[in-house]
Design a protein around this ligand. Structure first.
Ligand code: ADP
Ligand code: MG
Length: 397
């Protein structure tokens, strides 16, 4: 299959040379049995690559499995990948085959490979180098013939430097690197993608297709898209469902683009909005960002608390600097070591005025969503559970 055929077959939109290059390498490497490492930010479309490779390879009639290494608890990952024997750990009631066994003759896609614990990395390296693996609790060496394609959205050389990823495994996986470019590096594709998604959602929701005014198109092309195509798709869906005026202006669009860093606050063009406009104002959007930050902070705090709770007696007292949170699966680029505040400081930072703002915003978004909690939580970017808690806390009707 050439690049055009691939795009057709997988419904991949885009004309960027960077994307074409990634697809072309995938097509070319498919015929070989080489390991491939797909890198790229979240939401760029990494999952297409292993599918393209599998369908274009001699293994196409074999099984294809995608495993998200970040979603499997550390305690069961070895068993998921390599299988286990009955009784090898609590809960192992039956013998079980792992992915390396069931994918024999096929392709295994290891997504978020950087999340694998070091001990699993050792087993993986062995399987890649010799085709040999051992089920958990067994001593029998088994053989398998699996092609592995891995993906990551973190910088593996950083992970190697900090001792979280084995260098030998990195070289073994990275025989052929494929980089899927972020959306902001293919601005010419943004509007194409938007139009495709808008058409899809119009059909799905049986509504007229949403279109972008010129200023909105411009805004779309200059936004940073931290969540890449997944985010663009999501914005297209929200607009398709929520906007009454089907020709969307930049001002309307800005409400759907969260600022991911102070440098990328969405610019709002056009006249000030009219009174009585029942959508969120710019001030509300700022609140919303604040709100999301706070939800993240709450979550972080909870994680810190869990960690200190698990400290053995005589461990760090609460409030000391937690210098090594990195063992926990906190994404490395979210928390930088040394920047963590002592717990008490974090507690104190919850001041009352913030609570008032938060309450106001919840009430407003609840009203907008006619009291529907699921959509309110979604719009606020918090878990439904958290919303329920806050409604109770603030005594909101
Ligand atoms: N070029 C593209 N054309 C159409 N849809 C795309 C494209 N790239 C990504 N998508 C869509 O964007 C979403 C995110 O893609 P995914 O492969 O899950 O991202 P990643 O694995 O890199 O985080 C999916 O719904 C996917 O179908
Ligand atoms: Mg993915």
């Amino acid at each position: 299959m050439d690049v055009t055929a691939i795009k057709q077959r997988f419904e991949i939109i885009g004309t960027s040379p960077l994307l074409d290059r990634a697809l072309d390498i995938a097509a070319q490497v498919a015929a070989t049995d080489l390991s491939v490492l797909v890198t790229g930010e979240t939401g760029v479309g990494k999952e297409f690559i292993p599918k393209i490779i599998h369908t274009n390879s001699v293994r196409k009639h074999g099984h294809y499995f995608a495993v998200n290494c970040g979603a499997i608890p550390e305690g069961t990952i070895d068993s998921e990948l390599f299988g286990h024997l009955k009784g090898s750990f609590t809960g192992a009631h039956e013998d079980r085959k792992g992915y390396f066994e069931v994918a024999d003759g096929g392709t295994l896609f290891l997504d978020e490979v950087a999340e694998l614990p070091l001990s699993t990395q050792v087993r993986l390296l062995r399987a890649l180098e010799t085709g040999e693996f051992i089920r958990v609790g067994s001593s029998k060496v088994q053989k398998t013939d699996v092609r592995v394609i891995a993906a990551t959205n973190v910088n593996l050389s950083h992970a190697i430097k900090s001792g979280k990823f084995r260098e030998d495994l990195y070289y073994r996986l990275n025989t052929v690197p494929i980089l899927v470019p972020p959306l902001r590096e293919r601005p010419q594709d943004i509007h194409l993608l938007f139009r495709k998604f808008a058409a899809d959602f119009a059909e799905k929701y049986k509504m007229p297709v949403i279109r972008l005014a010129e200023d909105a198109q411009n805004m779309l092309e200059h936004y940073r898209w931290p969540g890449n195509i997944r985010q663009l798709k999501n914005v297209a869906e929200q607009l398709s469902v929520l906007e009454q005026t089907r020709l969307v202006t930049a001002q309307a669009l800005a409400r759907y683009l969260p600022a991911d860093s102070p440098l990328h606050l969405p610019v709002v063009y056009g006249p000030e909005k009219k009174a009585g406009d029942d959508f969120l104002s710019e001030r509300d959007i700022l609140y919303k960002i604040l709100f999301q930050l706070r939800a993240e902070m709450d979550e972080l705090k909870q994680q810190l608390r869990n960690m200190t709770d698990h400290e053995p007696l005589g461990g760090h007292p609460q409030g000391t600097m937690l210098a090594h949170p990195a063992e926990e699966p906190v994404a490395a680029d979210e928390v930088t070591e040394g920047e963590l505040l002592p717990l008490e400081t974090v507690e104190e930072s919850q001041d009352l005025s913030l609570n008032t703002l938060e309450k106001e915003l919840i009430v407003k978004v609840l009203q907008k969503n006619k009291g529907h909690r699921k959509s309110t939580a979604k719009e606020l970017g918090i878990a439904e559970r958290t919303l329920y808690r806050k409604i109770k806390e603030y005594g909101i009707e």
